[in-house]
Design a protein around this ligand. Structure first.
Ligand SMILES: Nc1ncnc2c1ncn2[C@@H]1O[C@H](COP(=O)(O)OP(=O)(O)O)[C@@H](O)[C@H]1O
Ligand SMILES: O=C(O)C1=C[C@@H](OP(=O)(O)O)[C@@H](O)[C@H](O)C1
Ligand SMILES: [Mg+2]
Length: 168
């Protein structure tokens, strides 16, 4: 991998990761997509039919497999929170970029979303709590942080490309 994107749901990992990969002319891998392909069902269905613990097991396997690939990896919001994943990311020798986002921005971006079981289950205040529980881990695992609230994906990619050149 050339870079790994981490951050809370709605921070733009998938959107920015795809655009960054396109501009760098490298493949984009999204852990959620890999999990969906492995399970043969949607994230919502995995949560409903198998539970979050089963989702987390698939997520760990998907991460371990993806790290050997070329390109950009977009993780899920919960990926670095599991200790085993945190340690894989730390040992990977790949720049880990934190896309940060304020709770009010998350709400704006995800208000019509139906594909994120935790967002549906927790509601606004629950999501804010979850984010505050996770923020330290995101900070600890990442080499570089970018606040995305006032930037377009194109602007974020421009900053990231410059940053990656400096890190690598
Ligand atoms: N920088 C941004 N500015 C405005 N909207 C954004 C930005 N980044 C992502 N979005 C929008 O927010 C939603 C969630 O983005 P997504 O890339 O799926 O986030 P993540 O993968 O981190 O959960 C999408 O509708 C996307 O178009
Ligand atoms: O924060 C989380 O625990 C999750 C985030 C989602 O990915 P995004 O961050 O891409 O929405 C997806 O992996 C799943 O719904 C769980
Ligand atoms: Mg995503």
């Amino acid at each position: 991998m050339q870079a790994i994107l981490v951050g809370f749901m709605g921070s733009g990992k998938t959107t920015v990761g795809q655009l960054l990969a396109q501009q760098l002319n490298v493949p984009y891998h999204d852990l959620d997509d890999i999990i969906v392909a492995m399970a043969g069902k949607s994230i919502q269905q995995i949560f409903d039919e198998n539970g979050e613990a089963a989702f987390r097991q698939l997520e760990h396997i998907a991460l371990a497999r993806s790290l050997a690939q070329e390109g950009i990896l977009g993780t899920g919001g919960g990926t670095p929170i599991q200790a085993a994943n945190f340690s894989l990311l730390q040992k990977s020798n790949v720049p880990v970029i934190l896309l940060d986002v304020l709770p009010e921005t998350i709400m704006k971006r995800l208000k019509d979303d139906t594909g994120r079981p935790l967002a549906k289950e927790l509601g606004l205040s629950g999501l804010v709590d979850l984010k505050s529980q996770r923020d330290d881990r995101y900070e600890q695992v990442s080499n570089y942080r970018i606040a995305t609230d006032k930037l377009t994906p194109i602007e974020i990619v421009k900053i990231l490309k410059r940053q990656l050149l400096m890190i690598q």
